[in-house]
Design a protein around this ligand. Structure first.
Ligand code: SF4
Length: 463
């Protein structure tokens, strides 16, 4: 057990996330009894001479000190340096704006945050692709809409979302409450001259809904939500076994132009192991059917570091999926969070596959780039294996504006349904105000009027 103690330091929680990059929470403790290392704020100041570093906050200086010490102890050199937040691209963009130079922003990323050169190159590439999407963030009347359907056929081994194994007796009341929120939001959007630039129906697995339920939901959206011309309209169809031709026909009929089919892996043994109720054959069939229905953009998700997988398994899945030529491919690094079954059974799993996941990530970048895909957005998560990132790739011209803007946090988002977190974006101050719905869907149904009041007071009264 590695024992850490802090001296002359407030709020040590700030530093624990960084320590977890190097050591699993089961392998270290905070203790003043024979500590392996004492991080003393009054000592570390002597340790840096570079101007950028010298002028930095005490908080970052101590983080760099922790980084140096734990790198030596563990031999780990984290790609994202001392950054533990989920939006490095947003930070990079803010630095470019402030310094008026991508070069200077890269220099700060390197010296102040100790981000590795390959990640700085990646930030630059993504910055260039995102430029046209971030230019219009001052168009205050354009918003993104998120609608959450918190039901799935089964719960995946690694899931930490507010997803619930579907109970069809609860779906109709949920759709009923959601319709109420949609009607109210749509009415208030019109009164405030807001229009949706994108609508994203996510979850959970929205295509768990039965055809009539899906129709009722899409009808409500169509009737009440004011939309921009040619708006991006996405529906996650996460599980390839959840949608039929009937559902796809309904989605197309209501104008959905982007669909996400998420195999996660093309290895059937792994699919069983992670409690997904579909096979790779279902994925092929789902993809083919979605193509036949003429969706403009198909996204497919893969996960690196799944239990029981080696690098060849991942390479195989990546090759199969990219050979299908979906317009978007999103490559996730497995994150093992507290509320997942995997965390219960193997708390250190994400640390164990850390090295393997790093190799998979390098491979995914190489293969996808060779096949014409470019990285266009990225984000990180807590407890992500290898302390890496999730990367959205696209074929040129098929970037999802919703994904870019939600990750860069430069647009107002109205989030409806259980677990939805709406955000008002104040562009002049580059500031966000958050308004959350409750995450439990049964409480959401019961308290739908409260949710509406919250939105009125916390959102529409403020914009
Ligand atoms: S499909 Fe996604 S939301 Fe549903 S159980 Fe699996 S990880 Fe959770």
């Amino acid at each position: 057990m590695y024992k850490v103690d802090f001296k002359n330091t407030d709020n040590i929680n700030e530093y624990l996330e960084l320590i977890k990059v190097f050591l699993s929470p089961e392998d270290f403790e905070i203790s003043d009894q024979n500590p392996s290392k004492v991080f003393d704020l009054s000592e570390f100041k002597a340790f840096e001479s570079d101007t950028i570093k010298k002028e930095d906050s005490d908080k970052n200086r101590l983080k760099r000190y922790i980084y140096k010490e734990l790198s030596e102890v563990t031999g780990i050199i984290p790609s994202w340096g001392i950054l533990t937040g989920i939006r490095p691209e947003k930070l990079f963009r803010e630095l470019v704006l402030r310094e008026n130079s991508t070069e200077k922003a890269g220099d700060i990323m390197s010296k102040k945050y100790l981000v590795q050169p390959d990640r700085i190159k990646l930030l630059n590439e993504i910055y260039e692709i995102q430029k046209p999407f971030c230019k219009d963030s001052s168009q205050k009347n354009k918003v993104g809409i998120y609608i959450g359907i918190p039901f799935c056929p089964t719960r995946c081994l690694y899931c930490s979302f507010t997803s619930n194994q579907v109970d069809y007796s609860k779906v109709l009341p949920y759709i009923g409450a959601l319709k109420k929120e949609i009607e109210y939001v749509g009415k208030r959007m019109k009164e405030n001259s807001l229009i949706a630039e994108s609508i994203y129906i996510g979850g959970g697995t929205p295509t768990t809904l039965k055809p009539d339920e899906m129709k009722a939901l899409l009808n409500a959206i169509k009737a009440f939500i004011p939309t921009d011309k040619g708006f991006e309209y996405t529906c996650e169809a996460g599980r390839p076994d959840t949608f039929s031709s009937e559902i796809l026909e309904i989605l197309r009929l209501f104008g959905i132009n982007r669909i996400s089919i998420n195999p996660q892996t093309m290895k059937d043994d792994t699919l069983k192991l992670i409690d997904r109720s579909h096979t790779s054959k279902d994925t092929f069939k789902a993809y083919e059917t979605a193509r036949d229905f003429g969706f403009d953009v198909i996204n497919m998700d893969l996960i690196m570091g799944l239990p029981g997988e080696n690098i060849s398994d991942f390479e195989n899945s990546l090759n199969i999926v990219s050979d299908l030529k979906p317009e978007n491919i999103t490559v996730h690094s497995l994150a093992v969070k507290r509320s997942s079954k995997l965390k219960e059974t193997d708390p250190k799993f994400n640390y164990k596959v850390s090295e393997l996941t790093c190799g998979m990530l390098d491979l995914s970048r190489k293969i996808l780039t060779e096949k014409g895909y470019s990285p266009y957005y990225l984000y990180r998560q807590k407890q992500i294996s290898g302390n890496l990132e999730n990367t959205g790739y696209c074929l040129s011209g098929f970037e999802s504006c919703y994904n870019i803007k939600i990750m860069e946090e430069n647009q107002t988002v109205l989030a409806l349904g259980a677990g939805g977190i709406s955000k008002i974006y104040y562009s002049e101050e580059n500031r966000l105000e958050r308004i959350a719905n409750v995450s439990n869907y049964e409480i959401y149904i019961e308290r739908i009027n409260d949710m509406i009041n919250r939105k009125e007071k916390g959102f529409f009264k403020l914009i």
